[in-house]
Design a protein around this ligand. Structure first.
Ligand SMILES: Cc1ncc(C[n+]2csc(CCOP(=O)(O)OP(=O)(O)O)c2C)c(N)n1
Ligand SMILES: [Mg+2]
Length: 772
């Protein structure tokens, strides 16, 4: 193996880099755990890193080039940092900061690590397919903008990640087929966190990939094993290894020489022993334990074979052993195990290093040093320029019916935005089989459905919905997988950073099923992606649809998640302002989550507010989180604060109360999130500087002087908890009304009654709040 391979790659050089990477990753974790400056275990994964060192060295130093994007298995983060260090992107000082504040993150982070990962990973399964969604985004970009340079999209995942259903949802979606530039590499060490995976049935999993249209490659045996199999009688060795259980094969890694021979042959047929007689004791372990996933030339061949397949994604099953090259190799309990200081000393020595040189890079004028510099110059990340600012109107020209729903308004506004070609070219909608029922029909008819190749349309052209998929289309239809929705939105929402063109992605989803894709939503936000989602319809207001479709806790999800603003407007023009501003905010602010409803309500109260406050000031208030929809008459003060579809009941309750001599202010809370943040951030800042906050933020304009001791009734088609904090700002009593149980089928009236949302019930709650 010492001479340069015929591919122009010097395997000896690659192997020395491979050894150094394994050492650096293991030592970084060791160092983090021996600093002794934390009260909890620091952790880190030496065995998981060692399992895929060769996979990563072969990839970085023997395969990838400039524009390729790679997602790294969560537990291999230290290896990535070691690569970035050796190739010059990461400063040496960081090597001793793993899992430290301001240092290297425990798991790959696009946004927090100093050496930028293409994808964050951590929640297993999501990173394994994120590059697939990125490749789909690249294909979309190439079809709608000038073609980008060729790039490959690669994920390296642990084998236990394949337990996560989101992987199977992704690979089977028709929208994600045909992506020949995708390669998923599975670190098949047959071990997860707790155990050796019982009968992993690798073949069965491979069959799943084949059935989903993937090209499957196995890197099972290393060069030495393959050579042995090819010798006369070698077939017996192959048969014996193939028939052995995972557990038994793995247990052999603790042994060498005659003891290994004895254990290996314990249940073997005679011909296996006969064949092995030709191999010396010293040579036995390097042959029997020679897995493809630790053989650099086998791996590079496997990667290259994937490049030759252009019409579908590839998956490489690289057979490995957890802890390869370390004393804890193959131990079923090695997931969190750490080498002892003495074992570290041995490994340092075996790597040819001393305490003085242990963190060094290769000398620049050595073959390894030159290869590191070459790879660094080609693949290291250049920070992207800032996102462009686009010209958005303050409000679109969309016209709305006198009585309309926020969902209907949303559909019209999206169509209207699409009339400006400079916006339309960047807008892309996505829906998991609910585009029609979330009012994207108009957009689809004007902009078309996307498919990478034009599809034949067998149906008449004059139907209500034109479904004629073609490369110029701007709607991507997914199967019913909310995981796929949020993973795709996440990658579309990183198009600027990954592909050099900013997109304005808008996803629609039935509001309750935001929760079905929640981890993917969190994942995409954590990656720093920016997009808009319309959760619609929401709440018990979609009455007859029943409890399984009625969302209750989604407002809190939107409010509490970082990186996204939750908004729940009641009126059409407010939807327009929020959506237009939200898309503008994708340039330099954050994502937007609109919670919408199919309930048509009269737009008249809003028209009055518009007249009273003026467009400029009302728009600013709506964007800041709320406005005073109704001013009170004289009398005992009461505040009704509400969001969304319940507004007609709230306004009617105010009239009832006014008749009883209660002066009712009605606040339309358009974004609980903005209102809460404005207040709570000021509080946190004040606490930090130990001085009273000068203002409570926008809420001061909603609850004005003279009202700040009045009780508040909060009204929401959602769980009551989300709004209940409103009283804390000025110390007011709160009676929260909303939906704290699962819903059921019925009319809006029946269900509103069930949850105390009818005008009379709201009024009664108001009187109670005053009396108490
Ligand atoms: C969604 C999710 N569930 C659980 C975990 C905790 N966890 C981290 S790694 C792991 C096992 C990983 O096994 P594998 O993917 O085979 O990687 P290996 O350690 O073998 O390299 C588990 C259960 C997680 N990170 N994410
Ligand atoms: Mg594993």
């Amino acid at each position: 193996m010492d001479e340069p391979s015929d591919r122009g790659i010097d395997l000896a050089v690659l192997e020395s880099i491979d050894d150094r990477l394994r050492w650096l990753a293991v030592r970084m974790i060791d160092h983090a755990n021996r600093r002794g400056d934390t009260e909890v275990k620091v952790g880190g994964h030496q065995a998981s890193s060692a399992s895929m060192t060769s996979i990563m060295s072969a990839l970085w130093f023997g395969h990838i080039t400039g524009d390729d994007k790679v997602a790294v298995k969560p537990h291999a983060a230290p290896l990535f940092h070691a690569i970035k260090y050796l190739t010059g992107e990461l400063d040496r000082a960081y090597l001793t900061t793993l899992r430290q504040r301001g240092g290297l993150q425990a798991y790959p982070s696009r946004t927090k690590d100093p050496d930028v990962f293409d994808f964050s990973t951590g929640s297993v399964g999501l990173g394994a397919v994120a590059p697939l969604f990125s490749a789909a985004t690249r294909r979309y970009i190439d079809d709608h903008f000038e073609a980008t340079p060729p790039a490959r999209f690669i994920a390296i995942a642990g084998d236990a990640e394949l337990d996560e259903g989101n992987i199977w949802e992704a690979i089977s979606d028709p929208a994600l087929q045909g992506l020949g530039n995708v390669m998923l590499i599975i670190d098949l060490n047959r071990q997860s966190l707790d155990r050796i995976i019982p009968g992993i049935q690798a073949q069965r999993v491979m069959e799943f990939f084949r059935n989903a249209g993937w090209h499957v490659v196995e890197a099972k045996y290393g060069t030495r094993l393959l050579e042995a199999f090819a010798r006369p009688g070698g077939a017996a060795l192959k048969r014996h290894i193939d028939e052995m259980s995972n557990e038994e094969y793995q247990s052999l890694f603790a042994y060498v020489g005659s003891e290994l021979r004895e254990r290996f042959l314990a249940n073997a047929e005679r011909d296996v022993g006969d064949f092995l007689a030709s191999i010396d004791d010293d040579d036995l372990a390097p042959v029997i334990q020679n897995l493809g996933g630790h053989d650099l030339s086998v791996l590079i061949d496997a990667y290259r074979s994937c490049d030759e397949v252009h019409d579908r994604p590839s998956v490489v099953f690289a057979y490995t052993i957890k802890g390869f090259g370390l004393p804890l190799v193959g131990d079923p309990m090695n997931h969190s195990a750490l080498l002892t200081p003495a074992q570290i000393d041995d490994l340092r020595e075996a790597t040819g290093l001393t305490e003085a040189t242990e963190w060094d890079r290769f000398e620049a004028d050595t073959p390894a040093g030159r290869l590191c510099a070459e790879v660094g110059a080609e693949v290291n990340n250049v920070p992207p320029p800032p996102r462009p600012r686009l010209a958005f109107p303050l409000r679109t020209g969309a016209r709305h019916k006198p009585t309309t729903s926020t969902q209907e308004a949303f559909g019209r506004i999206v169509v209207e935005l699409g009339k400006d070609p400079s916006l339309a070219r960047r807008m892309v909608t996505v829906s998991p089989d609910v585009s029609v029922s979330t009012n994207l029909g108009g957009w689809i008819n004007t902009q078309g459905v996307y498919a990478p190749t034009k599809q034949h349309n067998y149906f008449d052209q004059d139907r209500l919905l034109e479904w004629d998929p073609k490369p110029t289309g701007r709607h991507i239809e997914l199967g019913i997988s909310e995981m796929n929705l949020f993973l795709l939105l996440g990658q579309l929402g990183l198009a600027h950073e990954h592909h050099g063109e900013m997109l304005l992605p808008i996803g629609t989803v039935y509001d309750p099923f935001v929760l079905r894709g929640l981890d993917a939503l969190i994942y995409s936000l954590y990656n720093g992606a920016r997009f808009v989602i319309a959760g619609t319809p929401a709440g018990i207001t979609l009455a007859p649809e029943g409890g399984a479709h009625q969302s209750t806790i989604t407002p809190s999800v939107g409010l509490e998640l970082p990186g996204i603003t939750q908004a729940e407007p009641a009126f059409a023009i407010a939807v327009d302002w929020l959506l237009t501003d939200g898309l503008d905010g994708l340039t330099d602010r954050e994502s937007l989550y609109l919670r919408l409803s199919t309930r048509p309500i009269s737009q008249e109260p809003f028209a009055h507010a518009l007249e009273r406050l003026g467009e400029q000031s009302l728009r600013a208030a709506v964007l800041a989180g709320g406005y005073r929809l109704r001013e009170p008459g004289p009398g005992t003060r009461l505040i009704l604060a509400a969001s969304g579809a319940v507004m007609p009941e709230v306004l009617e309750a105010a009239e009832i109360l006014e008749d009883e001599g209660v002066a009712c202010t009605v606040i339309d809370v358009t974004s609980l999130d903005r209102l809460y943040r404005d207040w709570s951030h000021r509080l946190a800042d004040a606490t930090r500087s130990a001085s009273l906050p000068e203002s409570s933020g926008h809420i001061e304009t909603l609850i004005v002087d003279g009202e700040r001791s009045a009780p508040i009734v909060t009204v929401h088609d959602g769980a009551t908890h989300a709004m209940a904090w409103l009283g804390s700002v000025f110390g007011q009593r709160v009676v929260p009304i909303g939906v704290d149980r699962f819903g059921e089928s019925g009319t809006i009236g029946e269900l509103y009654e069930l949850f105390g949302l009818l005008p009379e019930q709201i009024a009664t709650a108001g009187l109670m709040a005053i009396d108490r």
